[in-house]
Design a protein around this ligand. Structure first.
Ligand code: PEP
Length: 250
């Protein structure tokens, strides 16, 4: 089966609404590639203006986070319905920065993943090991555990449409990209894990991204590996270089 590549930008806490509009307009002509689903995950306040600016283009606007309750007294949170009403189709769940600074756990990740599916939003589910875990040789066990909890009570039909982002924490924002072999090894192991939880068809359908200091020069080799179906890109998604990353196969 050939899976369509998906390349998503994670803007993190960057870009005011007016800067967001300018960036979407600048990148719009550069990120055209019919072989790739292109997603810009932007800060909540930028979603509506970015959506407006992206109209008529191939860019899909996504969110960087979402709460797992429907509505109510959760000051500062964004509900699934708010995202749906704004036209959001993808949401990053469980990014390592949210796990580190905002006390997200595998359990809250699972609640958010279930809630996203309930509302028809595709979760981009993040997982990844620290440098210490890699050096201890427990990377695959750790990631299997993260994936098993994140997908608890998710049906096979839902899982088939999900996106998983493998992001080694030591490679995020450090300029230290994982080697192609390291990235492919873990993405292949994630696919095996999905096969064990569900079945072969689900493992073949789910899209698995690599993230961590992806650049225009590392993208072509990474994104042509058998188990790497695209990337989640932080720093480089804010620059014209993102166009080259999206066009990794040209
Ligand atoms: C990220 O934050 O998801 C990420 C991969 O960042 P960077 O590309 O800057 O390492």
């Amino acid at each position: 089966m050939s899976r369509k590549r998906i390349i998503a930008g994670n803007w993190k806490m960057n870009m005011t609404p007016s800067e967001a509009v300018a960036l979407v307009n600048e990148l719009k002509p550069l990120v055209v590639n019919e072989d790739v689903d292109v997603v810009f995950c932007v800060p909540a306040i930028d979603i509506i203006p970015a959506m407006e600016a992206a109209k008529g283009s191939n860019i899909c606007i996504g969110a960087e986070n979402m709460y797992y309750e429907e509505k109510g007294a959760y000051t500062g949170e964004i509900s699934p319905n708010m995202l749906v009403d704004a036209g959001v189709k993808y949401v990053i769940i469980g990014h390592s920065e949210r796990r580190e600074y905002f006390t997200e756990t595998d359990e809250t990740v699972n609640k958010k993943v279930l809630k996203a599916f309930e509302h028809g939003i595709t979760p981009i589910v993040c997982c990844g090991e620290t440098l210490t875990q890699r050096e201890q040789g427990i990377t695959i066990d750790w990631i299997h555990q993260q994936i098993k909890i994140a997908f608890l009570n998710v049906t096979a039909d839902q899982a088939k449409t999900a996106v998983i982002a493998y992001e080694p924490i030591w490679a995020i924002g450090t300029g230290k990209v994982a080697t192609t072999e390291q990235a492919e090894e873990v993405c292949a192991a994630i696919r095996v894990c999905i096969g064990e939880i569900y079945d072969e068809a689900t493992a073949e359908a789910i899209r698995i991204q690599y993230g961590g200091s992806v650049s225009a020069s590392s993208a072509p080799e990474l994104f042509t590996q058998p188990d790497i179906d695209g990337g989640l890109v932080g720093g480089a998604s804010l620059k014209p270089d993102f166009g080259k990353i999206v066009n990794y196969n040209k």
